[in-house]
Every structure is written in structure tokens, then in C-alpha cells.
Design a protein around this ligand. Structure first.
Ligand code: ADP
Ligand code: MG
Length: 450
């Protein structure tokens, strides 16, 4: 059953999260009715309890468990000192299906995290956001249906749930139904099989807000389209709000009946695009604050540079960095983040070379490069040299001895320089400004000075 559980889990979280957390887990079997999972340390144990217990219980429930229970055990220390994600296990088979689900059960409720407050608005999604808000404020009146489309992981489901939450709060007593197109289809199949069509129709036609996610999956399902057509009409005629999401606009959904397509186009069609850099950083920031993680801006920026298209992956990358630094007990830094993400994302950053750093530092302090690199011991040269060492340490992956060699010194000199600069930065604002402006310039970020 572990493979089935993993299959379920994998469908519900991002690839990155999956590899970070679930790939290293050992299945220790069932003890006293509880699935026991072996994790690497108490941090991971805590993390699982806090973040994945429910998901695992849901997984077991989907496999037919009545009272699912999961517990975690810390495995005895393993050989590797560093936490490193393992290679991906082979992809699990198709997601498990419950043997005989009763109709109307197993319905997803609204995710409490998916609210308007938690939705970062940027140029990529502001139209969809405004439309969703308008609909939430005057359901059935603003745009009906509201059709939101966009690639996976860009916030369609989040926005739909946000409307649901908003309406529940504003208009208590209103009936809200969120359903994926898949569940709608399954409900229909079950209702037909169990001769419960009346129940099915009552259920979907008596709501005030119907949210149907991933409507592109209606393609090719004639019976479901037929039924949905009637559901749509019943709701529409009664001025009930309908919100649909899809990965593409109605005209691009193949084998969708013309009468449905035209209905989807009656209201407002709006799209969500990939977020640009600023929005990605804002989303990461909100996530970090939400989870009470204190993580420097430049680290968030590094993450936002590496993960560019999908917000789910972006959140996964943040978690991965957090996990990596906690498990290795090192503070957040750009280098740590780069390392944590290196197995998952190909770095898209400009590669910084030692010689570039030297050149920039020398120019900044108005000094010839070989003087900075030379043997001089007066303060005017020592400070730039230490700053250069510090920045090389931070921005490149060269080891201390390699950096030492570059300056014709040994590794302890570099170490000393790094700690010296670190220490001084707390006190010396001019130095701090120099370092950060140099850093930004070298990362190609200086047009984004904050
Ligand atoms: P989709 O349904 O389009 O595939 P989701 O709604 O499931 O995408 O969003 C994926 C993840 O990204 C969710 O965790 C969601 O909360 C988050 N997310 C998406 N857009 C935003 C946003 N604008 N602000 C904050 N979080 C977002
Ligand atoms: Mg979705």
C-alpha cells in the first residue's frame, strides 16, 4: 500500500516537495493499526506531523482505511552527513481509486489557505483577481460564468476557493459547491450506476455558487457534457454564479460541444499568466512570513530567479531551501539556497568568476587590480581585498584554498577576511553599502535596488 500512498501524495504536492520529503522516507509497516514511517531526524518528524499528516491520512482513506493513522519514527543515523535528496523513485502507477465510493462523498472542501488575503496580485493575474473579486461581491450579477484559464500551478484553484471563502463569510447560508471536473464525472457515473440521478441533480442545481475546476477534462465525455449542460442552464437561469477553470480558453478545448463552448463564452473569460520576478519574490515573501520563516531578501531573490514558471514549484523550492538549511544547521544564504536547489533546477544565474569580482571591487574602490590582489598591508588595500574575498566566497562556489591561491595566500587568510567583513558589516554602514551594491551589480540586479 505504500506505493499507493506515495502515488496519492505525489499527485497532491509538487515534485520538489515530493523529492525533498517523501523520497527519503522508509516504510516501516503497519503497527497497531498505524502506518509507521521512518524519517531521518526529529526535524523531519516534526515537519511531517505539521505539514503532511492530513495528506497521508487522506491517502489512506482513499485506499479504504476507516480510521487512518500514521506515525513517524526517527531512523538511526544514516551514513550521509549532509541531507541530500535521493534520486527520484520510479513514477508510481495511476492514482489509487477507492473501490466503491458512495456518491457525493470524498468531495474536496475549500482549502483554508486559498483566500484573497493570501493571493499576491501582480500584472500577470490582476484581471483574473479583479474579476473573481467582483463575482464574489455580487454573485450571479457581475460576470456569469466567470471563466479563468492558465497553465498549471498559476493560481486558478486558489482564486476559485477565494471566491468560495469570501462568499461564505459575506453571505452565510449560501450554498457553495467546489468540484473538480473529474469528481463531477465520477459522481455522475456513480449516480447513474446507483440510480440516484435525482439526488445528483438536486445537489448540483441547488447551489448558489458552483466552482468547477479543470473543465478541460470535459473534452470527449459526452454524457458528462450533456449533464453539465443542464446543470449550467438550471443555475444560469436562476442567476446562480458559475466559475469555471481550465488550462486553455474554451475555443481550444477539443471535442467540447458547441452549445457548451458558447455558454462558457457568455460571461467573462480571463487568463492568468506566469508571474514575473517581482511577483515571484512577493509570493515567496508572503509564504515565508506565513510560515514564520525569517529568510533574507537576497535568498528569496535567488529562489525567484531559479523557478520562473510555476508557483507551486516556487513554493516547493522555498521549502526545500528551508529544509536544507535546517537539516544541515546552516543559516540561510545564497550559497546554501543554490546548493539546495542545484539538483532540481538548472541555475539560470550569471556565473560569477573570481576575476570579475576582483575587477568590480577594484573599480569600486578606485584601485588597480594587482594592488588589491597584491601584498600591500595598508588599510586602504586590505579592506578592498577582504571585501573581494568575502564576495568571492559568497558568490562563487570556490573553496577557501582556491580563493587563497588566487590571492597568493592560504585559506586561513580568506577565512579571516570573511569573518572580518561579516563582523564589520554590522557596524560600518559605508562598508555594508559597498558590499551590497557590489553584490547586486555582480548578480545583474542593480537595476532593482531596494
Ligand atoms: P492551478 O489551479 O492554476 O494549477 P493553484 O491554484 O493550485 O494553481 O496554485 C498553486 C499554488 O500556488 C498554490 O499553493 C497557491 O496557493 C499558490 N499561488 C498561486 N497563485 C498565487 C498568488 N498569486 N499568490 C500567492 N500564492 C499563489
Ligand atoms: Mg488547479
Amino acid at each position: 500500500i505504500w506505493a499507493d500512498v506515495l502515488g496519492y501524495v505525489r499527485k497532491n504536492i509538487s515534485e520538489v516537495e515530493y523529492h525533498t520529503w517523501f523520497a527519503p522516507v522508509k516504510n516501516l509497516g503497519v503497527q497497531e493499526g498505524s502506518l509507521v514511517l521512518g524519517v531521518r531526524n526529529s526535524f523531519a518528524q516534526e515537519w511531517f506531523r505539521k505539514h503532511y499528516l492530513e495528506l497521508l491520512e487522506d491517502a489512506l482513506r482513499s485506499l479504504g482505511a476507516q480510521n487512518p493513522a500514521v506515525s513517524f519514527q526517527v531512523l538511526p543515523a544514516v551514513q550521509e552527513a549532509m541531507f541530500m535528496p535521493q534520486d527520484a523513485p520510479p513514477p508510481p502507477g495511476p492514482p489509487p481509486r477507492s473501490p466503491s465510493p458512495a456518491p457525493f462523498e470524498n468531495r474536496k472542501s475549500l482549502n483554508p489557505k486559498y483566500t484573497f488575503e493570501n493571493f499576491v496580485v501582480g500584472p500577470n493575474n490582476n484581471l483574473a483577481h479583479a474579476a473573481a473579486l467582483a463575482v464574489a461581491e455580487s454573485p450571479g450579477k457581475a460576470y456569469n460564468p466567470l471563466f479563468i484559464y492558465g497553465d498549471v500551478g498559476l493560481g486558478k484553484t486558489h482564486l476559485m476557493h477565494a471566491v468560495g471563502h469570501y462568499m461564505m463569510e459575506r453571505f452565510p447560508g449560501k450554498r457553495i459547491e467546489y468540484v473538480s471536473t473529474e469528481s463531477f464525472t465520477n459522481d455522475l457515473i456513480n449516480a447513474i450506476r446507483d440510480d440516484k440521478m435525482t439526488l445528483f441533480r438536486n445537489r448540483y442545481r441547488s447551489v448558489d455558487l458552483l466552482l468547477v475546476d479543470d473543465i478541460q477534462f470535459l473534452a470527449g465525455k459526452e454524457r458528462t457534457q450533456e449533464e453539465f449542460f443542464h446543470t449550467f442552464n438550471a443555475l444560469y437561469e436562476n442567476h446562480k454564479q458559475i466559475i469555471l477553470s481550465s488550462d486553455r480558453p474554451p475555443r481550444d478545448i477539443q471535442t467540447l460541444e458547441g452549445r457548451l463552448r458558447s455558454r462558457f463564452e457568455w460571461g467573462l473569460i480571463t487568463d492568468i499568466q506566469s508571474p514575473e520576478f517581482e511577483t515571484r519574490v512577493a509570493i515567496l515573501k508572503m509564504n515565508a512570513e506565513h510560515n514564520r520563516i525569517d529568510i533574507p531578501q537576497d535568498v528569496l531573490e535567488l529562489i525567484a530567479r531559479q523557478v520562473t514558471s510555476n508557483i507551486r514549484e516556487l513554493e516547493g523550492a522555498l521549502m526545500r531551501v528551508v529544509a536544507f538549511s535546517s537539516l544541515n544547521n546552516v543559516p540561510f544564504s545564497r550559497a546554501v539556497a543554490a546548493k539546495a536547489l542545484s539538483n532540481v533546477f538548472t541555475p539560470q544565474e550569471v556565473k560569477v568568476e573570481m576575476i570579475d569580482v576582483l575587477r568590480q571591487v577594484a573599480a569600486h574602490f578606485n584601485m588597480p587590480q594587482d594592488v588589491v590582489r597584491g601584498a600591500g598591508r595598508v588599510r586602504e588595500v586590505v579592506v578592498p581585498r577582504q571585501v573581494a574575498m568575502y564576495l568571492i566566497r559568497e558568490l562563487t562556489s570556490h573553496s577557501l584554498p582556491e580563493i587563497g591561491q588566487f590571492f597568493g595566500r592560504d585559506h586561513s587568510t580568506v577565512m579571516h577576511a570573511v569573518s572580518k567583513v561579516t563582523e564589520q558589516m554590522g557596524k560600518d554602514t559605508e562598508l555594508t553599502a559597498s558590499v551590497s551594491s557590489l553584490r547586486r551589480r555582480m548578480q545583474g540586479l542593480d537595476e532593482e535596488e531596494n
